[in-house]
Design a protein around this ligand. Structure first.
Ligand code: ADP
Length: 259
């Protein structure tokens, strides 16, 4: 039975590129700011291709052991437990390494031989090399803007992937996403998206990250469930953007005026 596909609104040729990458078993890198639909897109494509998706949200402590596996002690025995990457390689799942640049560098070493013609995983702890299942695919995401130089992917790593860039959708598409995700009336969706457009243009504020579609979806949910519109915009969109009082006041004024 086909699983229900998550809602995903295509923004460009990303579906086509994913399909062809999958067909050719090429690893895919999705670059772009947070909240622009990268994860949703991967979930959607996995459901469409009817493949199991294994997602790993990488952070500073994520190491190759977390991906590949480890020995655990059980009673008098020591047994080997496959990690999620090993499982995906063996079973032919799609593995999604979300925010891969955040992880420890040994992860990049571990996936090296999976991202070229060899398509194999070397597990040093058990001294075994595993050939990837024909259906296995590696997808990774990272946020080039936010890392600001200190946690970038090395060019030699980037060059192992087919790469797609995600960005905030056009006004029309973003309105459609809000309406579909939350059922908010289109007049409200239009205002929320207009506010986002204004904030995104305020580059002089020097925000580390600007308004994402995710924040707008959250605001639309709050409004749709009956929260006062101004309060919804303030708490779901303005507050998460900064801790600087002057910036918060300026953004709140703008949002109050436009909602
Ligand atoms: P990312 O992985 O880029 O941080 P997500 O995939 O988690 O972002 O997207 C955050 C939210 O934004 C999703 O839960 C969804 O509600 C919404 N969203 C963003 N872009 C789209 C899109 N193109 N189609 C459908 N929903 C989207």
């Amino acid at each position: 039975m086909e699983k229900q596909k998550p809602y995903y609104k295509a923004v460009g040729s990303e579906e086509l590129v994913f399909n062809h990458s999958y067909k050719n078993r090429l690893p895919l890198l999705i670059k772009g700011p947070t909240g622009t639909g990268k994860s949703r897109f991967v979930e959607y494509m996995a459901a469409k291709l009817e493949k199991e998706l294994i997602t790993i949200s990488c952070h500073e402590e994520t190491s190759s052991t977390d991906l590949i596996g480890r020995y655990i002690i059980k009673g008098a025995e020591t047994i080997w437990i496959d990690g999620p990457l090993t499982r995906a390689v063996k079973e032919g799942a799609i593995i999604y390494l979300d925010e891969v640049a955040e992880a420890r560098p040994d992860i990049i070493v571990a996936i090296h031989s999976l991202t070229d013609h060899r398509r194999e995983l070397y597990i040093d702890k058990i001294g075994a090399t595993i050939k990837a299942h024909a259906d296995f695919m590696l997808v990774a995401s990272y946020n080039p803007g936010y890392q600001k130089g200190f946690k970038e992917l090395k060019p030699s790593t980037r060059q192992r992937f087919v790469a797609l860039t995600f960005d905030y959708p056009s006004e029309k598409l973003e309105r459609e996403i809000l309406e579909n995700e939350t059922g908010i009336p289109s007049a409200d969706a239009k205002k929320i998206v207009a506010i986002a457009g204004k904030i995104r243009n305020l580059t002089e504020l020097g925000l580390a990250e600007t308004v994402s579609t995710r924040l707008l979806v959250d605001a639309a949910k709050l409004i749709n469930s009956g929260l006062d519109k101004r309060l919804a915009m303030e708490t779901a969109v303005v507050e998460p953007l900064s801790d600087d009082q002057d910036i918060l006041v300026a953004l709140k004024d703008l949002s109050d005026l436009m909602i």
